[in-house]
Structures are given as C-alpha cells and as structure tokens.
Design a protein around this ligand. Structure first.
Ligand code: FNR
Length: 379
C-alpha cells in the first residue's frame, strides 16, 4: 500500500494517477479509467443495434478498457426489455461491427455476460415459464429507479441439481460467442442480485444440495462457471464482477466481508485477469464515509488486476490508484454522460450531468437521446 507521501508526490509532480499506464495481463492500458457495464435497453428484440456503434466508439480511447452492458447468455436470461444477448448467431453478428468500432480506435472491449435469474417475470421468459433461480423464493415488488413504476417479479423455479451444468454450459457458450464476435474477453456478471449472486448470498440461497449452505457450496456455481470459461477461452480473457456488500433484489449476505475475501482468494486458482468489485457504498443507505476501504482485504488477496466501482469521482479515483487500493477504477454514470471522461479528468473539466430519465429507453423512443448525444468538451 502506497503511503500518503506517494500521493503527495503524484500531486506535486502533476501526475494524475488515473491517467497512468497499466499492464493488465496481456493488455497494455494507457490509463485506468474503465467504462463500467451499463444496461441501456436499446437492443431491440435482444439484438444489439447499429446505434451502439457510435455509443461505444464515443467512449473509446486508445488503450482504454470498456466493459459492455450486461448481455444475456440464453433465452431464459431476460429480466428487462431490449437488453442484448449473445447466444444466437444473429446476436453475435450484430456485436461484430460494434466491437470492430472499439478496436478501430484502439480500445480493449470485454463483454459482460449475464443471467437475471429470479429478477424477472414470466412475461420475459420463453413460453411464459417461471424464471430460474437457486431458490423458489420470489422478490417482492420494487419501485423502479424512476421512482414511479413498480417492477413485479414472478415466483422463480428452483433449479434442480442436475440442471446446473446446463446453465454453466450456457455461460461457456456465451463466452465462446463473445470471442467469436471479436471481444477481447468476458466479464462474468456475478453481482447485483442476479443469478450468480442468487447462489452466492445466504439471504437468497436456501438450497440443501452441494450448491447451498456453506460458503464453499454457495460459491461452487460461480467457480464452475469460471472454470468452464477459462477452459474455453483462456484465463487471460476472463474477468468477473462481484458485489458482496450489495443487497439489490433482496440478495444480501450475513457476512459480506467473509464472502468477498473467500471469492477473491479462491479465484486465484483460476488465474483470471481481473476481479471487479463494487463498493459497499452503493448499498442502499450506506454513505461513503461509513465504509472506507472495505474492499482492501479483497484487493490484497487477489493476485490479478483489481477494479473498483461505485460512487467514484475524479479525486477519490486518483486516491484509490495512488494508494494502491485498486489498479483500475470503473465509472458508470459519469462515463454514461461524459463520453470523453478520461480527457475531462486530464484537464479537470466540469462534467456533464447525467439524466436519469434516459438511462433506459425502450423501442418506441429515439435511441439517440440520452445515449449518443451527450456533448464532448470543445477543444
Ligand atoms: C448500471 N450498473 C450495471 N452493473 C452491471 O454490472 N451491469 C450492468 O449492465 C449495469 N447496468 C447499469 C445501468 C445503469 C444505467 C446504471 C446507472 C448502472 C451499475 C454500474 O456498472 C456501476 O456499478 C454503478 O453505476 C455505480 O458506479 P457509478 O455510476 O457511481 O460510477
């Protein structure tokens, strides 16, 4: 861990820690400002659309790391309208020009692969079937981020033990498809109360088979997915996102510190490239000051690249890097609203405000608004 004098030196020398180069496995990054995965609900019929070419390419810098919006691994993944998938040939083909555009500008692009599990409704499922989960306990209806709409979740169907390898296989195939589409790697979405998290967290997972109960058992599904993907595409192309402290969709854990640490330590066995952890401060009602540096034990335990996300601004992002609490910092809302975020950090420019109403838009509205129309700095 760097001492405060390192931070002071960086400041005195005019170095902006977030904008220093970093070697992430085989990827040479020119800076440490990562585009966090951001669901935008503009992939009509679960197929990425040409308008995503401009959106992602606007947020690309030479040597910058981008993580795609969460992308479904199979036709049971859905929990929201118009989120992209990567299980069909059509979807793979549709991703190709988007990935090409990022590569044309020298960016490094990981595809976040996803299954919502019980955070779903029968209306999103093939043949109106029940969503799958680790459990048959449903999520109580929740007010959506616009403060008005209420999301209704259907009672899930608990996966049988013998079905679990099939879901692991879906993740494996999705990773293979992502590489075929040209992505540099995949980020396994193990965060935010979705299917993988529904196995990890003891407030959800009430299984009595080898996938429930002890910490080891609850993590088994995650590690099986990691192992299958590592075997399929190589550890150098695999990252994972985890949020041990988050309680979205009623997926909390009684001991998030132990869960996070066990995951970080155990992941070393697979040699994956990065571990992307979400700060506890994104948990409802938890303020930044209440949980300083909670991810440090996990950062120390994990041997690969560590990425933090959740509520970061320019200054605390710089501090996290200067003090060696993270290698990289992912930005969600600020990057959504500031396509040239690294440049703005460089010159310490004011940031465009993000507009919550246009975070998610469905097919009857213009895909440009709140998507690819945020202004760049004038040069
Ligand atoms: C998100 N977030 C998110 N996380 C994830 O793992 N996959 C996803 O697809 C999404 N989608 C998404 C959409 C929108 C509109 C928002 C605002 C957030 C969470 C996101 O990656 C990030 O962790 C949070 O936004 C917190 O970071 P910031 O915004 O404080 O930098």
């Amino acid at each position: 861990m760097a001492t405060p004098s390192v931070r002071q030196n960086a400041a005195e020398n005019g170095i902006i820690p977030l904008l220093t180069p970093y070697q992430m496995g085989k990827f040479q990054l020119s800076h440490r400002v990562v585009l966090a995965p951001l669901t935008r609900q503009r992939s009509y019929g679960n197929v990425p659309q040409p308008h995503a070419i401009l959106y992602y390419s606007q947020r690309t810098t030479k040597g910058g790391l981008l993580v795609s919006e969460a992308t479904g691994v199979s036709d049971t993944f859905r929990g929201y309208p118009d989120t992209p998938g990567i299980w069909t040939k059509e979807q793979v083909e549709a991703w190709k020009p988007i990935v090409d555009a990022v590569h044309a500008k020298g960016g490094i692009f990981f595809c976040q692969i996803w299954h919502t599990g019980r955070v779903s409704n029968t209306c999103f499922q093939p043949n109106g079937q029940a969503p799958i989960s680790s459990t048959d306990k449903g999520v109580t209806p929740q007010i959506r981020s616009n403060g008005i709409d209420v999301a209704q979740f259907s009672t899930p169907r608990r996966l049988r033990t013998d079905e679990i390898p099939l879901i692991v296989n879906d993740f494996r195939l999705a990773a293979r498809n992502a590489i075929e589409a040209g992505f540099d790697g995949v980020e396994i979405h193990g965060a935010h109360g979705y299917l993988i998290d529904q196995f990890l967290k003891d407030e959800v997972n009430d299984r009595t088979d080898q996938y429930g109960g002890s910490l080891e058992n609850r993590c088994r599904f995650t590690f099986e997915i990691v192992e299958a993907i590592v075997n399929e595409i190589g550890a150098d192309k695999v990252g994972i996102r985890l949020s041990p402290f988050a309680n979205y969709a009623e997926a909390g854990d009684s001991n998030p510190e132990a869960l996070g640490l066990y995951l970080a330590e155990s992941l070393n066995k697979y040699g994956i490239t990065y571990c992307h952890m979400v700060e506890p401060r994104m948990k409802k009602m938890v303020e930044k000051s209440e949980c300083p540096h909670s991810l440090v034990p996990m950062r120390k335990a994990f041997n690969g690249t560590f990425i933090v996300a959740g509520g970061y601004e320019r200054e605390d992002g710089n501090e996290a890097v200067a003090e060696d609490r993270s290698d990289l910092v992912a930005y969600g809302r600020w990057f959504l609203a500031n396509p040239d975020l690294p440049r703005r950090f460089e010159v310490n420019a004011p940031l465009n405000k993000y507009i919550r109403d246009t975070f998610y838009i469905t097919s009857d509205l213009d895909p440009v608004i709140g998507y690819s129309d945020y202004p760049f700095l004038e040069t």
